[in-house]
Write a protein that binds this ligand. Structure first.
Ligand code: BGC
Length: 802
């Protein structure tokens, strides 16, 4: 009612102005009717509210907030209550800071372990991602703070993220890359969905009718606000027509004028504009009614929750000779610069300024651990440093056990670029090798947001993965090592033996124009388990200091495609502990190619020694469905299915067959492309022709047209090949650096700025300068760079390009 009234009171200019941001973080206020703006801020492993109000880049220091473990870490808890609680706590911090919407969580699927931003994402599995994200969004929104789920969709790499075209066949799109979005939209009703920078199947997601209007809005019923990723708008009017309501950050009036012109010349209907404005007004009014002044929360409680979160999420990957837990009566060498300068979060727009940052060495001391420290390597120089290694070996000689802190350093993973390999820095590998010759009792504490390869795994006895564990990670780690807390996390992505085994190896990151998702549905364990490829650590794997018996699996009911299963689980070790029980479905004979198994249910339970509990799992139609492109809907093939219950995807403890008597509407077969039925082991090589058959049409060109080499969507990195382009690039880079006075002191900031500038499309220079770098000038320069001199001059003098 109120919203309708507000809408009708607005002028066309006011309506169009509401469709883009006021600055980097706020919606536009409309003073005439006393409509205030609301603030959005980054996350999601804590609140990142910029401290400087006129911050144009969004990357200056932010106000202190609790830094929780990153999403990739938290997901390893497989604990939906924990995710709810963490998000609710972040919601409280938002309320205190008057932030209406948290820009997260990011729920893109980890297609390749190389994606630089994987530390912000949940998993390689869509069901697990969706389930955990639903809990997170519900937790956040339970406080009256909205979630902006991102990055919708097909944004699975950082390389050329602003222009790349992700080519994905429809079944894969639905089953792998859209599934978690579908779950959260239907089950958690996020206030906002953020469209990504890239294209999907030829069209920018910010103006993609199929993704936004047909699927998100019409099919799934999303009625919140669709917001563009920051600077992701290409054609503003087309985007508005196709479902993108709010452009962020701001085109400084440039695109507002375009909207008004489009209404006047009938390129956009007033109904369409009103529809978007109504959604934005609803968002603003709902949020304002939840913001109370002087909200308070307990920082101490949140710090403790960050601690509990890592205790639940850290994954024990190796424990030879039960080297863990350690005892305080032992004498330790604590080695590794990461023990003195811990890495506790990722870099980029998600990075939080923590209230308190614990230090591992202090925590060891507080707990009475007798140790000597040596750094062993530098975090800023990857060269092998003999002197540091020698000092570490000296220390290691005189101790019984080595606790070695190692892992990915900042420059290895970040928003803005992808990793190049699965390796940790050479100086750390050299250190592991040398230490193992001196003392075999090595416990490695691993930091990093993504899988690494471990050719040195046999040189160590214990391996505790603490990922990027947030501000309390030091005390949580020490308590886990000492056995005050029992590890209970499990991997949410596979650790392959080698990069060449990863299913997307031959098609990641693609470019220059497209990236072909040739591996189709075979992402993560769906590939490794279907092709019998050995892995370093499988999906769902994690050890404990205790062990569990799985018994008495029973199929309780089968009613069409609703199935109830029970299982009893017993703690048969000496410690209390938690187990994550995973239910997978395997179809026994299928006309359609399917992954060997797919995760369809899970739970985490706590048990005292000798305690047992019976658990019931409910499976339903979606547990047995695949996306049938013939009928454009989810469908169940009738036949025998195996229900597998296990402790990881490779450790199935119980199984039972059931018959599903579905009435499948239409069958679809892909038997002309056998590679998808029997994917090869240790790497997939799918030809263009095979993928084309799966895709169902010719693949788009991945070659830059030599005649029209440069367009408005060319990036600064691409145009710098020409003399003029280099000039534009240099100026843009200089401006970018000038926004970050400390860029030259921080390797990671320097690398990120350079890489973001490289990927920056020319069209954004026009909108971000509010047209001062005019479209006409940009077009003329492009023509000049394409050596089309006459047209360039003609463009300069004509005046119909605005
Ligand atoms: C990122 C988003 C982020 C936004 C605002 C973009 O570059 O992709 O995830 O929310 O910036 O900082």
């Amino acid at each position: 009612m109120l919203v309708d009234k507000l809408l009708h009171s607005l002028t066309l200019e006011e309506k169009s102005s509401l469709c883009s941001g006021n600055d980097f973080w706020h919606t536009k206020p409309i003073k005439r009717i006393q409509l205030p703006s609301i603030m959005m801020a980054d996350g999601p492993n804590g609140l990142r509210k910029q401290s400087e109000p006129d911050d144009k880049t969004g990357l200056t220091l932010s106000l202190p907030a609790t830094c929780f473990p990153t999403t990739s870490t938290l997901s390893c808890s497989w604990n939906i209550d924990l995710l709810f609680e963490v998000a609710a706590s972040i919601g409280e911090e938002c309320l205190k800071e008057q932030v209406s919407v948290l820009l997260g969580p990011g729920i893109n699927i980890k297609r390749s372990p190389l994606c630089g931003r994987n530390f912000e994402y949940f998993s390689e599995d869509p069901f697990l991602t969706g389930t955990l994200a639903v809990a997170f969004i519900k937790g956040l929104q339970s406080k009256g703070v909205g979630a902006a789920v991102k990055h919708f969709a097909g944004n699975n790499q950082e390389t050329k993220r602003m222009t790349i075209d992700s080519i994905i066949d429809e079944r894969t799109l639905r089953e792998i890359y859209l599934y978690a979005f579908e779950m959260v939209v239907k089950e958690a009703k996020p206030w906002m969905v953020m469209s990504s920078y890239n294209k999907v199947n030829g069209c920018y997601t910010s103006e993609n009718k199929y993704l936004l209007k047909d699927i998100l809005i019409n099919e799934w019923g999303f009625n919140g606000v669709v917001v563009s990723d920051w600077g992701a708008t290409n054609d503003r009017v087309l985007a508005l027509n196709n479902g993108l309501d709010l452009e962020m950050p701001s085109s400084y009036g440039y695109n507002d004028k375009k909207i008004i012109r489009a209404i006047k010349n009938q390129g956009l209907s007033i109904e369409n504009l009103d529809n978007s404005v109504k959604k934005i007004l609803t968002l603003i009014t709902n949020s304002l009614s939840n913001l109370t002044y002087q909200y308070n929360y307990s920082q101490v409680k949140h710090h403790k929750l960050a601690y509990e979160s890592l205790c639940e999420s850290a994954v024990l990957l190796k424990n030879e000779d039960n080297i863990l837990p350690i005892s305080t009566s032992d004498k330790f060498a604590i080695i590794g610069e990461l023990a003195r300068t811990p890495r506790f979060q990722g870099s980029g727009s998600s990075s939080v300024s923590p209230f308190i940052l614990e230090n591992p060495l202090d925590e060891f001391s507080k707990n009475g651990v007798d140790f000597t420290f040596a750094s062993g390597y530098s975090l800023t120089d990857n060269d092998i440093n003999e002197s540091l290694i020698n000092k570490a070996c000296e220390v290691a000689k005189n101790c019984n056990t080595i606790i070695l802190y190692a892992g990915l350093t900042e420059e290895y993973e970040s928003e803005g670029f992808d990793r190049e390999s699965l390796s940790i820095p050479n100086n750390q590998i050299a250190l592991i090798e040398r230490l193992s010759k001196i003392n075999p009792n090595i416990i490695l504490v691993l930091s990093g947001g993504a899988p690494i390869e471990m050719p040195w795994i046999n040189s160590i006895k214990g391996l505790l993965n603490i990922f990027l564990g947030g501000e309390s990670s030091a005390s949580a780690t020490v308590d886990l090592l000492l056995g005050w807390k029992i590890p209970s996390g499990k991997l949410t992505e596979t650790y392959p033996l080698s990069l060449s085994h990863t299913p997307s190896f031959n098609n990641f990151p693609g470019g220059p124009k497209t990236v072909e998702y040739r591996e189709g549905i075979y992402v993560g364990y769906r590939y490794y388990d279907s092709s019998n490829t050995d892995v370093l650590f499988p999906f769902g794997f994690g050890l404990s200091y205790t062990s569990f018996e799985y018994k008495d699996m029973k199929i309780l009911t089968v009613d069409n495609d609703k199935v109830t299963v029970s299982l009893t689980i017993k703690n048969i070790g000496e410690y209390k502990g938690s187990e994550i029980i995973q239910v997978y479905i395997h179809q026994i004979a299928s006309n359609i190619f399917k992954a060997e198994k797919e995760l369809k249910a899970f739970t985490k339970i706590n048990l005292l020694p000798s305690e047992e509990k019976t658990i019931i799992f409910n499976l339903n139609k979606s547990s047995f469905s695949y996306y049938n492109v013939n009928i454009k809907n989810w469908d169940v093939e009738p036949g025998y299915y195996e229900i597998l219950i296990g402790s990881s995807s490779r450790d199935i403890r119980c199984k039972k067959n059931i018959l599903i008597k579905s009435t499948s509407i239409s069958s679809m077969v892909y038997n002309k492309i056998p590679i998808y039925y029997t994917p090869t082991s240790y790497g997939l090589n799918i030809s263009k022709k095979e993928f084309e058959m799966l895709y169902g049409k010719d693949l788009p060109n991945n070659i830059i047209n030599p005649k029209e080499k440069y367009t408005l969507n060319s990036t600064l990195g691409e145009i710098k090949e020409t003399i003029i382009g280099k000039k534009v690039y240099d100026i843009a880079l200089e401006i970018a650096y000038s926004m970050f006075p400390n860029a030259h002191e921080s390797q990671i900031l320097f690398k990120m700025i350079t890489s973001v500038t490289e990927d920056f499309p020319i069209r954004n220079l026009v909108s971000l300068s509010n047209g001062k770098f005019s479209l006409r000038l940009a077009t003329a320069l492009i023509k000049l760079m394409n050596e089309d001199y006459l047209k360039s001059i003609a463009t300069m003098i004509q005046n119909n390009i605005r």
